[in-house]
Design a protein around this ligand. Structure first.
Ligand code: AMP
Length: 218
């Protein structure tokens, strides 16, 4: 199963990708998570990416394509993978197509998550993230058992700098301008499925399973 989860920030694609990856034993490749880890570790990549990320802008295509290329070359990705947050521009999508073609592979499906804008803003502004294990919570709809503490690893939860109101607006504009054109790109290639991302996580998960190429195979 080679799948891309597409959609604006806050539509829940990361949460769903996490669950699908666990159920189907395929790696989830989240460029956002990889970049945040690089920023935390102050690597050359992190230093290059930080300014863009803090402003809600995209990191240059060549940088993220390099990350994904290295990940896809790992043996764990041979049987399939889930891409979360990549591609985000038409250039990235074209690079991905070329990369897979060079291995005799292609994407099976692209799931496009949609959620009304007001709900996206509510989700992002209430989101709390674990800086250690990347688990994600929401102050109202998915609170941790202990206030401010990660259920999974016990680290203190944070609000991502780019989940603050002003940056959220910038990220949504960037999505409209640079990422939304991918909907048409993948529709033209006949592999796009539309998915309503509103409602409880469990309910959305059932919709996701229904659209996946290996449905019921786990
Ligand atoms: P995310 O966690 O997917 O919302 O990503 C957080 C931030 O990382 C984005 O706002 C971008 O600055 C950067 N980023 C993640 N994935 C990409 C990508 N595919 N292309 C460019 N920038 C990215």
């Amino acid at each position: 199963m080679r799948v891309v989860f597409l959609g604006a920030p806050g539509v829940g694609k990361g949460t769903q990708a996490e669950r699908v990856a666990a159920q189907f034993h395929h790696p989830k490749i989240s460029t956002g998570d990889i970049l945040r880890e690089a920023v935390r570790n102050k690597t050359a990549l992190g230093l290059e990416a930080k300014a863009c990320m803090d402003q809600g802008k995209l990191v240059p295509d060549a940088v993220v394509v390099g990350i994904v290329k290295a990940k896809l070359a790992e043996p764990s990705c041979a049987e399939g993978f889930l891409l979360d947050g990549f591609p985000r521009t038409v250039t990235q999508a074209e690079e991905l197509t070329g990369l897979l073609e060079s291995k005799g592979q292609r994407l099976d499906r692209v799931l496009n998550f949609t959620v009304p804008r007001a709900e996206v803003v509510r989700r992002l502004s209430g989101r709390r993230s674990c800086p250690k294990c990347q688990a994600v919570f929401h102050v109202d709809s998915a609170p941790p058992k202990r206030d401010g503490v990660c259920d999974r690893c016990g680290a203190g939860l944070i609000q991502r700098a780019d989940d603050q109101k002003e940056t959220v607006d910038a990220r949504l504009s960037v999505y409209e301008e640079q990422t939304a054109p991918l909907i048409a790109y993948y529709r033209q290639r006949g592999i796009l499925s539309e998915l309503d991302g509103s409602g409880p996580i469990e309910e959305v998960y059932r919709r996701v399973l229904h659209l996946l190429p290996e449905r019921g195979a786990a």
